[in-house]
Design a protein around this ligand. Structure first.
Ligand code: HEC
Length: 147
């Protein structure tokens, strides 16, 4: 009986361990997907700002909304348990969390502050892209491992 209980307990531990690994990988995938979306949305804005694509107010607005959505979710996809794995997240995210959270907040604020201007005119969009694009680089420099 004791052996049976131990076996059950062990199975439980193993199952929990497997779930934890899975959850950790899922959260890493989730943040990569959010960032991929950031890449796509800023691509939409940059192509319009450069004149590669025609300026389209509705498209610009949608891209700003998507960026805002990413930054709203971003703070939730870096639990302590997701430090290791197939990720380029730097340890500094967890050793200097207040700075990382401040970078997210700054990027989110710049998206919110530039949304109206950036979807009103081509000139406004050019200015907006310069501001929000800078936040990508600043954060990656401190918190994303180079390839
Ligand atoms: C607050 C910090 C922060 C900001 C701001 C930020 N990123 Fe990231 N980004 C990261 C981190 C951290 C990773 C690494 C995630 C991982 O590998 O787990 C990343 C990864 C990426 C990736 C690679 C995703 C993949 O497929 O692995 C792309 C593309 C990207 N970011 C684009 C952008 C763009 C474009 C912007 C600006 C519009 C931006 N990021 C703004 C922190 C940030």
């Amino acid at each position: 009986m004791k052996k049976f209980v131990t076996a059950l307990a062990l199975a439980g531990v193993l199952a929990t361990g497997a779930t934890a690994v899975l959850a950790q990988q899922n959260v890493i995938e989730a943040r990569k997907d959010l960032m991929k979306a950031n890449g796509q949305q800023s691509g939409v804005l940059t192509r319009m700002a450069r004149g590669t694509d025609p300026f389209d107010a509705a498209k610009a607005k949608a891209a700003f909304d998507a960026l805002a959505n990413t930054y709203a979710k971003f703070p939730t996809v870096f639990p302590e348990s997701s430090k290791d794995g197939d990720t380029r997240a730097m340890a500094a995210i967890w050793t200097d969390r207040p700075k990382f959270d401040a970078e997210i907040a700054k990027a989110a604020k710049n998206v919110a502050d530039n949304r109206d201007k950036g979807s009103a005119s081509l000139d406004g969009l050019k200015q907006a892209v310069a501001v929000i694009g800078q936040d990508c680089g600043t954060c990656h420099e401190s918190f994303r491992k180079p390839r």
